[in-house]
Design a binder for this molecule. Structure first.
Ligand code: ACO
Length: 327
């Protein structure tokens, strides 16, 4: 067990709403198609002139405020994202700069596909348990709207922008991480990718012309893997926590697609009324999806002291995992 407390949560969603009907003005798609296949009704888009780190800083400030934690007391900042502010040095220095941390605590990015936030919880928790950190901030931030091809109806309808954050402090009671299951299946690394812009295929005139800097996805493969992998991780983490599925008060699945969530819930035999869902309003915000969902539920008073939560995610890599948390 890792004793810790989520002392504060925060989220930031950009103001601009893009509804399915807006998309159907420029694409061969429809509200009915998107809604029935994905559960998505609308998504938020970051204004082109706004740096994505702005969202992470805003979410982080809310989490710190709710925790009553002075930023100068932070001794760890972990940022999970797929699309960094800059390829080098990533996103975390931009968020650290925005928060103003004159005592220079360590910061780094985590890249584990849409499972980045779950991996980040495990990493931050392990560092806290080892004594390397006492007060940590974990941010999930994503502006995938800048990496989808807005002419590709198979991908662009799925994603939205946003950020979420949690402030983690040490606990001296029985709150904390009860069980963790993390996995990766590299044979599935082709399911979701941005082929160019890395060292394997650096940016060139040809890569831009061939649209190789946009997100590519094998939808059917993602669907099948996401369901079975999140199921496996959830069962494993539950067993490691020494509890049963019936003990879980809230399941917070990565908001990839409503049909994926429903298939997962069915396979687990988990009650649908204890599954948190907001994909209809925010779409798939990748690493930001779980902390945004968590913040909404906490601020709505749904999650209360002592509740047991299961956070589960699957993403590019293929990285997947579940963290069981006593609130
Ligand atoms: N509007 C209208 N038609 C569309 C759209 C759209 N937005 N997108 C695809 N289609 C069409 C296709 O072009 C195809 O037409 P065709 O037969 O004439 O070629 C038809 O619909 C069927 O396409 P499929 O890709 O086979 O559609 P499918 O039923 O598999 O649904 C979907 C696609 C919704 C993407 C599905 O595969 C899925 O849910 N996959 C999971 C992907 C996902 O959720 N990714 C999230 C990101 S990954 C992550 O977060 C881990």
């Amino acid at each position: 067990m890792i004793k810790l407390r989520v002392a504060g949560t925060g989220r930031f969603l950009p103001e601009r709403v893009l509804a399915n009907d807006d998309l159907s003005l420029s694409l061969d798609t429809s509200d009915e198609w998107i809604r029935s296949r994905t559960g998505i009704v609308e998504r938020r888009l970051l204004a082109p002139e706004t740096p994505p780190a702005f969202m992470g800083i805003a979410a982080a400030e809310k989490a710190l405020r709710q925790a009553g934690l002075d930023p100068e007391k932070l001794d760890l900042l972990v940022v999970a994202t797929n699309v960094p502010e800059e390829l080098i040095p990533g996103s975390s220095p931009f968020i650290a700069e925005g928060l103003g941390l004159p005592h220079e605590p360590p910061f780094f990015d985590i890249k584990a596909g849409c499972a980045g936030f779950v991996f980040g919880m495990a990493v931050a928790g392990a560092m806290m348990k080892s004594g390397l950190a006492r007060n940590a901030l974990l941010v999930g931030i994503e502006a995938l709207s800048r990496f989808v091809d807005w002419e590709d109806r198979k991908t662009c309808v799925l994603f939205g922008d946003g950020a979420g954050a949690v402030a983690l402090v040490m606990a001296d009671d029985d709150r904390g991480i009860l069980g963790i299951s993390l996995h990766g299946d590299p044979t599935k690394r082709g399911l979701l990718r941005i082929p160019a812009g890395g060292v394997r295929l650096p940016a060139s005139f040809e890569t831009v012309q061939a649209k190789k800097h946009f997100l590519e996805m094998k939808g059917r493969g993602v669907y099948q893997s996401a369901v079975t992998m999140m199921e496996r991780a959830t069962l494993e983490a539950t067993e490691r926590a020494g509890i049963s599925l019936a003990d879980i008060d809230w399941l917070l699945p990565h908001q990839a697609n409503l049909r994926i969530i429903e298939a997962l819930v069915k396979r687990l035999g988990f009650p649908r009324e204890r599954v948190l869902v907001n994909i209809d309003r925010v779409a798939n915000t990748s690493t930001a999806s779980i902390p945004i969902l968590l913040d909404e539920a906490v601020r709505a008073g749904k999650i209360v002291d002592g509740d047991i939560l299961a956070l589960t995610a699957f993403g590019a890599g293929a990285c997947y995992g579940t963290v069981i948390l006593r609130w």
